[in-house]
Design a protein around this ligand. Structure first.
Ligand SMILES: Cc1cc2nc3c(=O)[nH]c(=O)nc-3n(C[C@H](O)[C@H](O)[C@H](O)COP(=O)(O)O)c2cc1C
Length: 108
């Protein structure tokens, strides 16, 4: 991702829990989307490094730049999740979900 990426008013696919998985993101890339974001991933689940959760960090080869969205309620856990994500190649940024109104997220 070059420094002037955001100056070009890039088109993002919004994070959509339950929808913005790799197949959907692959399709929207073909229709001209510039940047894609993963489904929301729980920071708590990430730090457990379960197979299913780590799979949510996978992307299609065409997805550059690619952002991962995380959510959590504990700063230490979020920090651990960020450090873990930083170990993965091909993830250009992290989106911290601070406003999802869904009850199961608000509870955290
Ligand atoms: C089914 C669904 C799931 C969503 N999941 C997330 C999510 O996981 N994280 C998030 O930040 N926003 C989520 N959103 C909000 C969307 O990313 C987006 O901000 C919202 O739909 C408004 O987009 P619009 O202004 O293009 O209509 C979700 C929205 C919908 C409809």
């Amino acid at each position: 991702m070059t420094e002037d990426f955001f100056k070009r008013d890039p088109l993002f696919l919004a994070p959509l829990a339950g929808f913005s998985d790799p197949p959907l993101r692959g399709v929207v890339k073909k229709f001209g989307c510039d940047a894609t974001v993963s489904e929301m991933i729980s920071a708590n689940a990430l730090v457990f490094e379960g197979e299913k959760t780590l799979k949510m960090l996978e992307k299609n080869a065409a997805e550059t730049p690619f952002f991962v969205q995380i959510a959590g309620g504990d700063a230490e856990i979020i920090k651990k999740a960020v450090l873990l994500i930083n170990k993965f190649e091909g993830i250009d940024g992290i989106d911290l979900n601070c406003g999802c109104p869904v009850p199961k997220v608000v509870k955290q």
